[in-house]
Design a protein around this ligand. Structure first.
Ligand code: AKG
Ligand code: FE2
Length: 289
């Protein structure tokens, strides 16, 4: 143990030097602070659609496709073979109903003719998709078509609710990093018929792409689960030619169609190159080079 006198000497020494030490530290801060800390500005290169897409996980692109092109697409739907069985091929298109009750789905519809091909890089959405999920301004920049299908839903058909941000899965994630969108998959669902009340419209839960917890209705298995209704969901109504654009992470599905007739849509998920997936058994050679 140090004698008391030594402690006193050390304390006196410290008190003598303390103002000097403080002034040196103070000097460092006053000289360094103004030159190294500059205010950062947020990347504000967004418009109202981007804003809603970020906030809600979806946005509607009104009148995305013109009337002539819509006629071509509807003619193509009229000419789909009526007797195609589940799993059967029609050229490079395959019937593969992903969810029985949801109705007929023709997968890889990009091979269904020019009207469908023209939808790939359609000017109404291609730049947005590049911005949201195209890994823009990086060395892996680009887009990849995931399953793309024509869907025909008749009376009684619906699509159960699925997805949501809570699982944090990479395949369908929603992210914004340093002011840039870095989503994995964004879907375009183009209406070829009006989709109003009773038509089996797509249901979305706004903001659920950022959910941290599973929707309580799923856990509770409440009545209506199969029909796609969940507390907080909204049904998106579209006019022919409108496109619903949504990040796959947002919780979504479709209500039961109660009206007669059919709902026709083309669904075209585009995603970042690192998140590719195929539905169906494609002739890969066709897409090389
Ligand atoms: O049919 C709809 O409106 C939604 C379909 C869907 O969510 C899907 O195909 O994954
Ligand atoms: Fe889906």
């Amino acid at each position: 143990m140090k004698p008391e006198k030594v402690w006193q000497d050390e304390i006196i020494f410290f008190l003598d030097w303390y103002p000097f030490l403080f002034s040196v530290v103070d000097e460092i801060f006053t000289t360094v602070t103004p030159t190294t800390i500059t205010p950062t500005t947020m990347n504000q290169n967004i418009d109202l659609i981007d804003y809603h897409f970020d906030l809600n996980g979806f946005a509607v692109l009104k009148n995305a496709v013109d009337i002539e092109h819509l006629k071509e697409l509807n003619n193509a739907f009229d000419n789909f073979p009526k007797d195609l069985a589940q799993g059967q091929w029609w050229g490079n298109v395959q019937r593969l109903d992903n969810n029985g009750v949801a109705g007929l789905e023709l997968q890889n519809i990009v091979e269904g003719g020019v009207p469908f091909e023209k939808l790939i890089d359609h000017p109404s959405w291609i730049n947005r998709l590049q911005k949201y999920c195209g890994e823009e301004n990086t060395y892996v920049e680009g887009l990849f078509i995931d399953e793309c299908f024509a869907s025909v839903r008749r009376t009684g058909g619906f699509f159960p609710m699925h997805s949501g941000g809570q699982d944090g899965i990479v395949r369908n994630q929603f992210r914004v990093v340093n002011g840039r969108f870095r989503c994995a998959q964004v879907n375009i669902l183009l209406a070829l018929t009006d989709v109003g009340p009773g038509d089996g419209g797509t249901m979305v839960i706004p903001g659920s792409h950022k959910a941290n917890f599973e929707h309580p209705d799923i856990l509770a298995k409440t009545h209506g689960e199969e029909k796609g209704f969940r507390a907080g969901s909204v049904e998106v109504h579209l006019k022919v030619g409108d496109a619903l654009m949504f990040v796959d992470a947002v919780m979504h599905g479709a209500s039961e169609r109660t009206n007669p007739g059919e709902r026709r849509v083309v669904s075209r998920p585009l995603k970042s190159p690192l998140e590719s997936r195929e539905v169906g058994d494609w002739d890969v050679e066709r897409y090389m080079g």
